[in-house]
Design a protein around this ligand. Structure first.
Ligand SMILES: Cc1cc2nc3c(=O)[nH]c(=O)nc-3n(C[C@H](O)[C@H](O)[C@H](O)COP(=O)(O)OP(=O)(O)OC[C@H]3O[C@@H](n4cnc5c(N)ncnc54)[C@H](O)[C@@H]3O)c2cc1C
Length: 641
């Protein structure tokens, strides 16, 4: 895949001055829209997860006319509902030394110095408001005996700042956002369109002005116009086929926007989560996360010697290797995810992995149960233990869990400036769909924080600045017609191939290829292989895919085929991005770039930048670099020892 280098991105719109004043400054300088004018302005929000749900509810409350879209049958089923462990906030309820500055510092360091300081500081500032907002909505966070909200620890932090609702934090937060959204639907400010899939972005006079969607029940193609469009469409980890994401998660919305000119930033930054239930067979279609919160009390270990096939209970203490505690004594089992994942891979590569195929390590609660009692452990993690037992048939109160890393989150996404606006004016991107805030590795419990910060607090302010110059007038009919024809033509093309292979079988093959060549470890050789193989597979897809049924009805095979087609193009860009970035950083581990201890070795001289990829109207690929400057946190080699 060829590319050229384009101009540098110098202005991200973050105000200058002391970092703690920047967000205040931006809020004050953002133009306001008076209430009467808000009623004349239309905003489309695609996505109803924590980011989109909170944004649509807040924009509705502010008085804009909002149209909200999701592909599920209810906003409540967005993937955010799956989030288990918790949400970070710098409340310092524990008095253990936390502060906005510390959350900012931990996030920049955790992201391996590949995130923007201004954005991350704002995230840490806003984090405290999120908890207040959620509590006011009635989100049932866990509480301590005295009534204060309880917290627990997550990876990459030495303080306890993660607020949680048992192992169902995402669900409870989403119910809060959903209630706020429903209130606006009832008030008439938000028009809800469930089971509608956005298939293209309408760009008129250089501005995002609407979307083309397919009614997934009738197959009808519809056009919806607005003064601004917000994408809150989540992450694309399912490019790997097997991941912890909900099966429906895909890249279509952001990829089609990319094809319309929105830059795609850092596509190769993928998070591999260390604590997932290991793959059990060839025909598995989904992986299950065991929340990182379990590492608060669970101890990770493998047998000291290779090929030790004794049952875990028969392996005496002195023949166990608690390798995270041994290698990283300062953070122990709570090292960040990228570090814990690689360490698990290393011990398995040494032949010390457990379970069938040797791709697993133990997460053991024996000591916690001994120390706290079974009841206390059950109170904290009961639903997770039950889930584990149902899937594996093993009781984790009696035998250690077996876990292995799996694809979990994508730090890459559409490029946005400080206002969360993409390179297409009027197109805003929030939540996991954008690239901001997490750098090359996201810390646990920070995705919910970012999604809700974007949706409840940041976007509603910054989009006002854009809308203050609206309404933006008539939308060019030709632009709308062109987008609609493009969508119809693509559907016709998919329906007419009439080959022999299902979209799923192509997806599985693509996913395996991505895992093998662009997964936990990448090399120049593996990435070149992937870049050779992906176009061949894509060609076969367009010649041999079989989409059964018709386009004028509920057709999940057609939905899948469209998404897999976009995954091919995205996969290619991910591999190119990974190939060009010859350093290792966070979740992007290039085997050629490691220090003597096998840790990721950054190359700040050449790669302290965001890689923002443009696709030109003629289909060329151009790389723009946004330099990253660190005024507050000194760039160092990360150490958790
Ligand atoms: C198992 C699991 C556990 C997790 N636990 C935690 C945790 O404890 N703490 C934490 O901070 N993070 C956690 N995460 C990460 C976190 O859940 C996600 O990053 C976050 O929920 C994403 O929210 P979102 O609003 O950006 O997108 P999503 O919740 O993914 O919502 C996407 C929305 O976009 C819609 N959509 C997408 N494409 C289209 C389209 N083309 N047309 C129409 N609608 C579309 C969908 O219908 C959906 O409504 C976890 C992730 C997983 C997989």
């Amino acid at each position: 895949m060829k590319y050229t280098e384009g101009s540098e991105i110098r202005d991200t719109k973050a105000p200058a001055g002391p970092i703690e004043e920047r967000w205040e400054k931006r809020k004050f300088s953002a133009k306001l829209v008076n209430p009467a004018n808000k009623r004349k302005l239309n905003v489309i929000v695609v996505g109803t997860g924590l980011a989109g749900g909170s944004a649509a509810a807040t924009l509705g409350e502010l008085g804009y006319n909002v149209k909200s879209f999701c592909y599920q049958d209810t906003p409540r089923r967005a993937h955010s509902i799956a989030a288990q462990g918790g949400i970070n906030a710098a409340k310092n309820y524990r008095g253990d030394g936390d502060s906005i500055y510390r959350l900012f510092y931990d996030t920049v360091k955790g992201g391996d110095f590949r995130a923007r300081e201004s954005n991350v500081y704002r995230l840490a500032q806003v984090s405290v408001n999120i908890i207040d907002q959620a509590v006011a909505q009635g989100v049932p966070f866990a509480r301590e005996y005295g009534g204060l909200l309880d917290t627990r620890s997550f990876g990459g932090a030495q303080v306890s700042r993660t607020f949680y609702a048992r192992g169902q934090t995402g669900q409870q937060l989403l119910l809060g956002a959903y209630q706020a959204l429903e209130r606006q639907i009832a008030a008439g400010t938000v028009e809800m369109h469930t089971r509608h899939e956005m298939l293209d972005l309408i760009v008129s006079d250089g501005r995002a002005r609407g979307v083309i969607v397919r009614d997934m029940v009738t197959g009808e193609i519809e056009r919806h116009l607005a003064d601004a469009v917000v994408l809150a469409t989540g992450g694309y980890g399912n490019v790997f086929f097997l991941s912890t994401n909900a099966k429906g998660c895909n890249t279509t919305a952001i990829w089609r926007a990319h094809e319309r000119g929105a830059y795609f930033a850092n596509p190769c930054y993928t998070q591999i989560h260390p604590t997932c239930i290991p793959v059990s067979g060839e025909y598995q279609s989904k992986l299950t996360l065991m929340s990182e919160s379990l590492r608060n009390d669970g101890r990770v270990w493998v047998p000291l010697r290779k090929d030790d096939d004794r049952a875990p209970g028969d392996i005496p203490e002195e023949e166990r290797d608690y390798y995270l505690e041994r290698i990283y004594p300062a953070f122990g089992n709570l090292v960040p995810r990228d570090i814990a994942s690689r360490a698990a891979k290393n011990v398995c590569d040494e032949g010390r992995g457990v379970g069938s195929g040797g791709l697993g390590v133990y997460l053991d609660f024996r000591d916690a149960i001994g120390r706290l009692g079974r009841d206390a452990v059950e109170k904290k993690y009961g639903n997770l233990f039950e889930m584990y037992e149902r899937i594996t048939g093993e009781n984790p109160y009696d035998v250690p869990m077996r876990i292995y890393p799996a694809v979990h989150y994508t730090m890459g996404g559409l490029w946005v400036d400080y206002d969360l606006q993409s390179t297409i004016p009027g197109l805003f991107v929030i939540g996991e769909a954008n690239f901001s805030d997490h750098g090359a590795n996201r810390l646990g419990a920070s995705a919910l924080m970012q999604g809700l910060a974007d949706g409840y607090f940041v976007l509603p302010t910054t989009i006002g600045d854009y809308l203050a110059n609206g309404p933006y007038g008539e939308v060019d009919e030709e632009a709308v017609a062109e987008a609609e024809i493009k969508v119809r033509t693509r559907i016709d093309r998919l329906m007419s191939v009439n080959g022999t292979r299902t979209p799923d079988s192509f997806h599985r093959e693509l996913g395996k290829l991505m895992w093998d060549y662009c997964g936990m470890e990448r090399t120049e050789e593996s990435l070149r292989k992937a870049l050779e193989r992906i176009p061949e597979l894509r060609e076969e897809f367009w010649k041999n895919v079989k989409v059964s049924g018709t386009a004028e009805e509920l057709n999940q095979v057609l939905e899948k085929a469209g998404r897999v087609a976009d995954f091919f193009d995205l996969a290619e860009l991910m591999c190119l991005d990974a190939l060009v970035r010859t350093e290792s950083c966070g979740g992007h581990f290039r085997a050629e770039s490691q220090d003597p201890d096998g840790e990721a070795l950054r190359d700040d001289e050449h790669f302290a930048h965001v890689s923002a990829w443009e696709r030109t109207p003629s289909g060329e690929t151009v790389l723009h670099k946004e330099p990253l400057e660190y005024e507050y946190v000194k760039m160092t080699q990360r150490s958790y020892k």
